[in-house]
Design a protein around this ligand. Structure first.
Ligand SMILES: Cc1ncc(C[n+]2csc(CCOP(=O)(O)OP(=O)(O)O)c2C)c(N)n1
Length: 587
């Protein structure tokens, strides 16, 4: 027995089942799954540039006979959807399991999605573990099932399952022998002549899966009273049994296809039947559509965010334990770019020129928040570059502020490249800032093609970002140190004034402060401070202003000595101490 998170358990289950290849793109809450898988003996694991590529590599490896694991967050499934839907026609050779990790409540995502709908519309069977023990056993079993039904299997988790540790039973790997690859164009070449018969194969498979669903060992009925019956799955099951100890529960482990007959029998066996699900109406609509009369909740069950036992009790009209407010003296800690973050000055200078900034997803999305407040949009990975092209198109014949896209190095590799090619090809204008902090910082510092670090530290090839951008046909490309305020200012000025009618790319290159964690002697505010407040507009967590006097101070425990703030003090009131052993008279 071991204690594992759901993510670690999925990795373990894949390894026990003989998966030897792992291909993924990071994304919370899925990331640790591939990082954990990469540590097992005998496996090859890599970060791909994006989820679509990962699934295509996965289908290739499965076709060649290996058992494969792919992992991604829910929005990653959108990116991978194209190959995913057709993989449900080709089927597999070696078993293929794909983790879709959902984020109800949007702890670290730009939207809430329910990946069940992908299973439903792509006709890919989906298993929904409720804890790490199930995550392990479901994943382990999914490989054999994938080969038996000749289709990839999806595991769906949510933050609670992925990140909660529960005891798991581990086993030794089964000793899987990779399958032979045998050329079979009608199975693998999905052009109409072959895809049409594969569609028939798919329909037969759906019928076989539906029959299997009725007996599926991962669905479980827990009969208590005959008054209330609840249908649920995943982490929500844990909340339901906590909130409604007397209710009978149909716990779905297989959430597509649904066991229609078993659900109808369950509904018959109770007075009232409810579906409790998180941020979605997937189960509700499917269960209702099969003619089961669902009862109305006495009170509202939220349609957004994560559920909790309290919210479920409330929906059933039960007394909810009184919420005790924490004392109001806890200091607020809004998210902020780290002290010394190389992204900070780019946003400071963008806010000064009042550019329209199309943003993207990464640590730098924090540039949207006050005091920097220098971002106008953020939609999905890669959108900064394509949206800036859209802004330029719509504003072309009007007087407008400079349009600047801001994108990170990993996000540029993920999908910014194809956006930039569109702008180059159509002779678009605007400025693209690539914030190359030498890592994929937001999801925990994974490698990417522009830093050449690989998941298992294998030998690799670091792509030259400036060279790549030039090769794409961008003529105005510059490389700038983002810690040098003057250089950042000048580069943005040139791009948005003298080169305003052309496309220009500025690569701001300096490592993320969390990569090497080197601290230089810290800075302090001397007696020349005039309370102008400019240093505080940088949004550095180390800098604060006295509420009464307006005098600035720098917390020596937080300051890492980057010197960004000193460049903005007109009164030379920010100085660096000679060494870190004193606080230099810091306020
Ligand atoms: C389609 C998709 N896949 C994955 C993610 C998770 N994710 C958010 S930002 C990010 C990468 C950020 O790296 P980078 O662009 O280098 O910026 P940094 O955080 O280093 O500043 C990832 C993988 C996502 N939001 N959407």
């Amino acid at each position: 027995m071991q204690l594992m998170s759901g993510n670690e358990a999925i990795a373990r289950g894949a390894w026990e089942a003989g998966a030897t290849i792992g291909v993924a793109y990071p994304g919370t809450p899925s990331t640790e799954t591939m990082e954990s898988f990469a540590t097992y003996e005998g496996v090859y694991a890599e970060w791909c540039t994006n989820e679509k590529v990962a699934v295509e590599v996965g289908i290739g490896a499965s076709a060649a006979g290996a058992r494969v694991l792919s992992t991604m967050k829910h929005v990653g499934v959108n990116v991978a959807a194209d190959p995913l839907f057709t993989a449900a026609y080709t089927g597999v050779n070696g078993g293929y399991v794909i983790l879709a990790a959902d984020d109800p409540g949007m702890y670290s995502s730009q939207n809430e999605q329910d990946s069940h709908f992908y299973a439903l519309s792509a006709h890919i069977p989906m298993l929904d573990p409720a804890d790490a023990a199930e995550a392990l056993s479901f994943t382990r079993d999914a490989y054999g099932l994938s080969e038996q039904f000749d289709v990839p299997f999806m595991i769906r988790s949510t933050v609670r399952v992925s990140h909660t540790k529960t005891p798991v039973e581990v086993q030794e790997p089964i000793g899987y022998e990779p399958k032979e690859y045998v050329k079979d164009a009608p199975k693998w070449v999905m052009m109409p002549a072959y895809a049409k018969p594969r569609r028939k194969v798919q329909l037969d498979r759906i019928a076989a899966l539906e029959a299997w669903a009725e007996e599926c060992p991962y669905n479980r009925v827990e009969m208590k009273g005959a008054d209330i019956g609840v249908i649920c799955c995943g982490a929500v099951y844990q909340h339901v049994v906590d909130a409604l100890p007397d209710a009978s529960v149909f716990k779905l482990g297989l959430t597509w296809p649904l066991p229609r007959k078993a659900l109808a029998d369950f509904a018959e066996s109770v007075e009232q039947v409810f579906v409790v699900e998180e941020g979605s109406d997937y189960l509700t609509s499917l269960v209702s559509a099969q003619g089961i009369q669902l009862s109305e909740f006495p009170c509202t069950l939220p349609r957004d965010g994560e559920l909790s036992p309290g919210l479920i009790k409330y929906a059933f009209g039960q007394a909810v334990p009184e919420h005790i407010d924490v004392p109001n003296d806890v200091p607020r800690r809004p998210p902020a770019l780290c002290p010394g973050c190389p992204h900070r000055l780019v946003f400071k200078e963008l806010s000064k020129i009042r550019a329209i900034v199309t943003g993207d997803i990464g640590c730098y999305t924090l540039g949207a928040l006050p005091p920097l407040a220098a971002m106008d949009t953020c939609v999905d990975m890669g959108a900064s570059v394509s949206m800036s092209h859209g802004f330029e198109l719509a504003l072309a014949n009007r007087e407008h502020k400079p349009v600047v896209a801001v994108i990170g190095d990993s996000t540029f590799g993920h999908s910014g490249l194809s956006s930039l090619i569109t702008t180059v090809y159509n002779k678009g204008a605007g400025t693209v800032c690539i914030l190359d902090n030498r890592t994929t910082a937001m999801t925990g510092r994974q490698g990417n093609p522009f830093n050449g670090v690989t998941l298992q530290n294998r030998e690799s090839r670091e792509l030259d970002l400036v060279g790549v951008v030039k090769a794409l046909g961008v003529e105005n490309v510059s490389l700038v140190d983002p810690h040098d305020a003057e250089a950042v200012r000048e580069a943005l000025k040139t791009a948005t004034t003298t080169q305003a009618d052309e496309l220009s790319v500025i690569v701001f290159k300096a490592p993320c402060v969390l990569l090497h964690r080197q601290r230089k002697p810290h800075y302090f505010v001397n007696a020349d401070c005039r309370s102008c407040g400019v240093c505080a507009t940088l949004g550095c967590p180390a800098i604060s202003k006295d509420a009464e006097t307006g005098l600035a101070s720098i917390d020596p425990a937080l300051c890492i000595g980057c010197g960004q703030c000193a460049q903005y003090c007109k009164f030379s009131a920010i100085e660096q101490v000679a060494d870190t052993s004193t606080n230099g008279g810091a306020r």
